[in-house]
Every structure is written in C-alpha cells, then in structure tokens.
Design a protein around this ligand. Structure first.
Ligand SMILES: NC(=O)c1ccc[n+]([C@@H]2O[C@H](COP(=O)([O-])OP(=O)(O)OC[C@H]3O[C@@H](n4cnc5c(N)ncnc54)[C@H](OP(=O)(O)O)[C@@H]3O)[C@@H](O)[C@H]2O)c1
Length: 333
C-alpha cells in the first residue's frame, strides 16, 4: 500500500545553498512539516552532492533551476550578487526572502519589508509582522543588527534613552559570520587562540541598517558599533552601553512588557552565553544598571546564533508568516 503525504507541501528554493546561511536553511526546510526543497543552487560548488538534514542534495547552477517552481525563493547570496536574483525570482512570480544586505534599510533604493517581526514598529504605523505576511520581498536582517536592534528597540520605544546619547555596541561573532568562501584571515591558524576587533570607527556594513532602523523607531542617539572576531564557529554576543534619561529601577520589566508572548525572545536575569542560543532561533537578552557612573547607564547583553536567528531561522520565520503558516513552524526554539 502506498501512503500518500496527506498534507501538500509548499515548494521553496534556496539560491546560495552551498554557503553557510543557505546550508542552514536547507537543513531547516528538510525538517519543516509543510515545506519541501524545490532546488538548491551553488556557484563554484555546483554539481557537488552533500548530505543536509539527512538527505542527499546536489547543488545546481542558478541558471539551471526553475524559479517559478518555488512559492518562496530564499536568496542566500553575497551582497551585490543577490539583487539581480531577487528581480529574476520576482519576474518568475516567486516571493522572495533576501538574506543579503542589498534591500535592507539604509542600503536599498527600492522597497522591501524589513523582516524582523519582533521589532513591531514600521514607518507606516502598521505592525511589521502584518507587513511581512503580505510582502512580495522581505529583506532579512543582518546578524549583528538582529542582536543589537532587538536589544535596543524596547528602550527606544519606552523613551528611556538619553536624548543625543552615544550608544556603544561591542559585538563578538563566530567565524561562520564571514561565509565559507576561502579567505586567508579566516584560516584556523589565523583565528584560533586570538581575538580582535575589525570594522572599527563605524565602518562595518551593518551600521547603516542599524542607524536607519533606529531612526524609524524615533531614536535620537548615535551608535558606535565595533564587531570582534571570536574563534568559535557560530554565535554572536553583543554588550551594549546605553546612556539613560534617568535610573530605571527594573530594566527587565521594559523587555518583558515589550516582548510578552514573543516565542523567540528570551528575557533573562542571567548573562546570556553562546551555549544558550546556538542552533536555536532565539535572541536571549538581559539588562543591568551600571553602578558607579555619574550619569545613569544601562548595560544590555544579547546573544544569538548568527546562522539561525541571525540568518536562516529568521528567514524561515518570515517565510512562515508570508505563507500563512504558524510563525514557529519548523524552527528550533
Ligand atoms: N554567515 C552569516 O552568519 C550570515 C548572517 C546573516 C546574513 N548573511 C548573509 O547571507 C548571505 C550568504 O552568506 P553566507 O555566509 O552563507 O555566504 P557564503 O558562505 O559565502 O555563501 C555564499 C553562497 O552564494 C553562492 N554564490 C557566490 N557568488 C555567487 C554568484 N555570483 N552567483 C550565484 N551564487 C553565488 C556561493 O556558491 P559557491 O560557494 O558554490 O561559490 C554560496 O552558495 C550574504 O549576503 C550574507 O551577508 C550571512
């Protein structure tokens, strides 16, 4: 007797499936109860067969796949290379989640909905989550911005950030944040047993995305963002120093209220660590008043997995919303 799958699966495609973010997506799609992988592409690695999510998968060239065979196309391509494929997928009739920075706030000349459902606010006043549901193109947030914006947004909305303040965000990322194209500075012998800052002086690409989004939220503050390279495979920990208008007796109460009912945000009294979040689609946040400073200052710490909540997991969360599925479906919480 042949047992048919009683639930029709929805086809999705992954462009850039041989990269770190794309592979993570293919693994999540393989275990998703309502999605199936229509195609998975690579550039230099096209033709290679790998095992992802317990299945064999052969990467096709991007020109060899039928973009119209997917309800959603995930573009997990390097920035710059992604935008033409977003256009091609749209012309073929597919909806798109773009993981690159090409269409994010501060970068794009054309419209895409910013895919950070928990951010809540948008310029038009409609909740972002509602805009994502009907969007044709969603710009999936960057990994650092996910860890920093979700840590800052409740404070901005609560009006407790000092006017004209300089907010200082120091973030450390695992090496997978740089992608898997070979580069000398990311070789094991270069990164192991070492720790360094890069993109110093507010020169990192993610700064524009963060300042544009903070502006949308109504923030009147400067952001100094310094990323660091941490010799682990995955995970981001951000420590963020925030000057306040006045001392806040219970800073966690602001977060608990802002994120009540959010399945992927954990507000915690303990300091979050990478172990708490890797392989999970969550942001884990705590906040503590700093003692001994003349002006009231808050230290916020947030941790994510750069490849899950910072990339593939958040992309799948957005796709679930776009397809009218449960937002949490197929996601490791
Ligand atoms: N890594 C992260 O933590 C992270 C987090 C958030 C967002 N993102 C974003 O997600 C995107 C992918 O990142 P990644 O880290 O997965 O990068 P990656 O490991 O370097 O993978 C890039 C993918 O794109 C393919 N590709 C490269 N150039 C191409 C071209 N010209 N045409 C078609 N395909 C091409 C690569 O194929 P071959 O390998 O076969 O050449 C590979 O499949 C980037 O825009 C990145 O900024 C990454």
């Amino acid at each position: 007797m042949i047992i048919h799958n009683i639930v029709n699966k929805i086809p999705v495609g992954v462009l850039g499936a041989s990269g770190y973010a794309g592979r993570e997506l293919c693994g999540l799609v393989a275990h998703h109860p309502r999605l199936e992988l229509a195609f998975a592409t690579a550039n230099e690695q096209r033709g290679q067969t790998v095992r992802i999510g317990g299945r064999s998968l052969t990467f096709q060239g991007p020109d060899d796949v039928a973009l119209d065979g997917a309800a959603i196309v995930f573009c997990a391509l390097p920035h710059g290379a992604s935008l033409p494929w977003v256009h091609r997928a749209r012309q073929a009739g597919a909806r798109v989640v773009d993981l690159s920075s090409d269409l994010r706030p501060g970068h794009a000349n054309e419209n895409a909905v910013y895919g950070m459902p928990e951010l809540q606010a948008s310029q038009s006043g409609t909740l972002l989550r509602e805009q994502i549901r009907t969007a044709d193109v969603v710009a999936n947030p960057g990994c650092y911005p996910t860890s920093i914006l979700l840590a800052l947004a409740p404070l901005v909305r609560a009006g407790v950030v000092a006017s004209g303040a300089t907010v200082i965000a120091n973030s450390a990322s695992g090496v997978s944040g740089a992608g898997n194209a070979p580069k000398r500075e990311y070789l094991f012998a270069e990164v192991s047993n070492d720790y360094r800052a890069y993109g110093v002086g507010n020169t990192h690409r993610h700064l524009k995305e963060m300042t544009a989004t903070l502006g949308t939220l109504g923030a009147d503050a400067d952001l100094v963002f310094t990323p660091h390279l941490l010799p682990v495979a995955r995970g981001i920990l951000s420590t963020i120093t925030v000057p306040l208008t006045s001392r806040v007796a219970d800073p966690l109460a602001i977060y608990r209220e802002a994120y009540a009912g959010e399945p992927f945000i954990e507000v915690t009294e303990q300091q979050p660590t990478l172990h708490d979040v890797v392989h999970r689609n969550v942001v884990r946040i705590t906040a503590t008043m700093i003692e001994g400073t003349r002006s009231p200052t808050l230290l916020v710490t947030s941790a994510i997995d750069n490849l899950v909540k910072g990339a593939a997991g958040q992309a799948l969360q957005n796709a679930n919303l776009m397809l009218g599925l449960d937002e949490t479906m197929g996601l490791p919480a």
